[in-house]
Design a protein around this ligand. Structure first.
Ligand SMILES: Cc1cc2nc3c(=O)[nH]c(=O)nc-3n(C[C@H](O)[C@H](O)[C@H](O)COP(=O)(O)OP(=O)(O)OC[C@H]3O[C@@H](n4cnc5c(N)ncnc54)[C@H](O)[C@@H]3O)c2cc1C
Length: 289
């Protein structure tokens, strides 16, 4: 495992100084759980590593008026156990808890999960349905971007190598918002996702849908939202037929967007059946624990 140089920074000021001092490619390092695996083939031998994990300003999880603000270096385990995340975005707490093992979750950060841009990253589908935004420090200026715009393609972002994710803004969800996060892997524990499903649903007192977002992860080249699918239920009191239509339309996105691949044969029918089951359970009020 080789790097050109290694710099550790303890504050954002030190980060900016370090970035200004480095010539050649930079590799930002947080928990290292993706990088240390990737670095085994020496692909980063010309890179100067800037280790940002100890920057206190990147670790905080706090609430403001409409948002949860999650520092880019918050660990998956901290997110999974955070009372604020459990209260205002429980789907994200559940997804974070599904990442790897406890040892991995104690290294793995949310910023790293986003910037690594793996289609199998567990937090991406929940962050998509939550309509999360990301605050990025770019050439000394802060820029707020939709998560969907940060990720360009599998393992590719629209960020430069010196662009630092500072925090993730997650709109706070009302207690009335029901959610489901489902992760399918090859085995029950410690598995990399083959497919994930993230759903948010809110009904009013009459059973009319006031909010609906549903997406599939580990399936498309990047996290996606489907306003046409949301429109199929919002403003309606869903019938059995509506649910079947949503499930069919969502599962049809798989070949439409990802093309017909070996996995389509199982992903499409699994997505259809799971969507139906999730929607029925959410509408009937069987909320996740
Ligand atoms: C055994 C094992 C099991 C795993 N299981 C899962 C799993 O079940 N689900 C899952 O989703 N992932 C899993 N992962 C992948 C990994 O743990 C996560 O993607 C993790 O969240 C990455 O965070 P990190 O801090 O370790 O990232 P790092 O390895 O430090 O960095 C990853 C990438 O993000 C960039 N980066 C990091 N922080 C920032 C920042 N603040 N701004 C800009 N760029 C940044 C780095 O430059 C690098 O390109 C697993 C990994 C291992 C080794």
């Amino acid at each position: 495992m080789k790097f050109r140089d290694y710099l550790k920074v303890n504050s954002l000021e030190e980060f900016e100084q370090a970035v200004a001092s480095v010539e050649g490619p930079v590799l930002l390092l947080a928990g290292g759980s993706d990088i240390l695996v990737q670095a085994r083939d020496h692909r980063f031998k010309d890179h100067t590593v800037i280790d940002v994990l100890k920057v206190e300003a990147l670790r905080e999880i706090k609430e403001t008026d409409g948002y949860l603000e999650i520092g880019a270096c918050a660990k998956q385990e901290e997110i999974a156990q955070s009372p604020l995340v459990k209260r205002y975005a429980p789907i994200l707490a559940e997804a974070a808890l599904s990442v790897g093992s406890l040892q991995i979750r104690n290294h793995a950060t949310i910023g790293g999960n986003i910037a690594n841009a793996s289609p199998a990253a567990d937090t991406l589908a929940p962050l998509a349905v939550l309509k999360a935004e990301v605050l990025v420090l770019k050439d000394g200026t802060e820029q707020r971007m939709s998560l969907l715009d940060v990720i360009a393609a599998p393992y590719k972002t629209n960020l430069g190598d010196r662009d630092l994710i500072l925090k993730v803004f997650v709109p706070k969800q009302a207690e009335s918002v029901r959610y489901n996060y489902t992760k399918l892997g090859r085995r029950k524990a410690l598995s990399i996702s083959r497919m994930t499903m993230a759903t948010l649903l809110e009904l009013d007192a009459e059973g009319v849908v006031t909010k609906f977002e549903m997406t599939v992860g580990a399936t498309f080249p990047k996290p996606m939202l489907f306003p046409d699918i949301s429109d199929m239920l919002v403003g309606k009191k869903p019938t059995e037929e509506d649910i079947v239509k949503v499930a069919r339309s969502l599962s049809d996105k798989i070949p439409e967007i990802a093309g017909v691949r070996a996995s389509t044969r199982y992903k499409q029918p699994v997505c259809r059946r799971l969507s139906e089951r999730i929607l029925k359970e959410l509408i009937e009020g069987e909320q996740d624990a």
